[in-house]
Design a protein around this ligand. Structure first.
Ligand code: 2P0
Length: 340
């Protein structure tokens, strides 16, 4: 079976209740529960083939050789897949890996979430392992916690770790058909962020005097987001999602040195979203570890909200996304000459 090339697809997700902070760094266990919406329309495709004839891993991202840190993260996932119970075990052969996004990585959408979800599915199929979605989510979580959520479609929750446990998976709360919302991404820069999420949350935990407060409020905000999703109550969902994003950023801003992920357009967009609401439109913002603003709205109001966001000074473009499906295998092809 080893030697087959497996290809998988996955979509980015945006957290409505944010993950920020780790209970355990080595195990990559989140300290707070999070809840996200997986988005359709944008995808990562990942292909993996284990090949003993290679002298080393050959990792390509968007058609170019991966940087050393990116290749190391991919290798860490391949090692996990190989060594996990139900995997082949023993020494892992080198692998050829190709990963490509059909959306710009600087679009402010968590490309590591879709990439590692797609890679977990592709690598496990290439290794001949048969794991449940929960097991695949747990594997992806060990490399990038938000990737655990992209294994599933629609509204997805990732619980907080309560102890340094051997496994922690995301789980689907409601499928993409549960609620036909729209997420508008207002892109405010083409530049990559200066401090990545992992470094940012570690710095926050080590130095922010507000981190204890974040840990105290995050579970309640998560519960409010969860309840509002189940009831399809957009006002309660939106207000809780804004609270989550603002509390996360307040905590990060108070780190030393302070983590300022926003630019001027970010602030203008938040103010514009509040004005749109005051004017009777359904619009609620969330912001990740970058300056882009994501706005939750309903299909009937998406054009009006988008038109207003698009003219905010500093907005480069907008992308509209709807709820999407989870990660899935596209193809598994045996090597020529190999018995199926
Ligand atoms: C989230 N973020 O819930 C939060 C909100 C960014 C802001 O999860 O360290 O790549 O690899 O587990 O999942 C982005 O960080 O971090 C993230 P690691 P990850 O979507």
């Amino acid at each position: 079976m080893i030697g087959q090339r497996a290809e998988a697809i996955a979509h980015p997700n945006i957290a409505l209740a944010k993950y920020w902070g780790k209970l355990d760094e080595a195990q990559n266990l989140p300290a707070v529960p999070s809840l996200s919406l997986t988005l359709a329309g944008m995808s990562t495709r990942a292909a993996v083939q284990f090949d003993p004839a290679l002298s080393a891993d050959a990792v390509e991202i968007d058609g170019r050789p991966a940087t050393a840190p990116a290749a190391a993260r991919v290798a860490a996932l391949l090692d996990l897949v190989w060594q996990a119970p139900g995997g082949p075990g023993g020494a892992r052969p080198p692998a050829a890996v190709q990963s490509a996004n059909d959306f710009p990585t600087a679009a402010g959408l968590a490309s590591s979430a879709s990439a590692f979800a797609a890679l977990a599915v592709a690598a496990s199929a290439a290794a001949g392992a048969r794991w449940s979605e929960a097991e695949l989510s747990d594997l992806a979580r060990r490399i990038s916690a938000s990737a655990a959520r992209s294994v599933f479609g629609g509204f997805v929750e990732l619980p907080a770790a309560t102890a340094v446990a051997p496994a922690l998976s995301a789980r689907p709360l409601a499928g993409p058909e549960h609620w036909d919302l729209r997420m508008i991404v207002a892109v405010t820069t083409e530049e990559a962020k200066t401090v990545g999420s992992t470094q940012g949350m570690l710095r926050t935990a080590r130095t922010s005097p507000l981190y204890a407060g974040w840990l105290a409020v995050a579970p309640g905000i998560f519960a409010a987001v969860r309840e509002a999703v189940l009831r399809r109550d957009l006002e309660r969902l939106g207000e809780a999602a804004e609270r989550s994003a603002l509390a996360m950023h307040a905590t990060a801003l108070a780190a030393e040195p302070g983590l300022l992920y926003w630019n001027g357009a970010t602030v203008e967009l938040m103010a514009e979203v509040r004005r749109l609401r005051a004017g009777g439109l359904a619009a609620y913002f969330t912001i990740d570890a970058g300056p882009h603003v994501k706005v939750l709205t309903v299909p009937e109001e998406v054009d009006r909200v988008r038109d207003r966001l698009a003219v905010v000074p500093g907005v480069l473009r907008t992308i509209v996304a709807r709820p999407g499906a989870g990660a899935r295998l596209c193809s598994v092809a045996a090597q020529p000459g190999e018995s199926p």
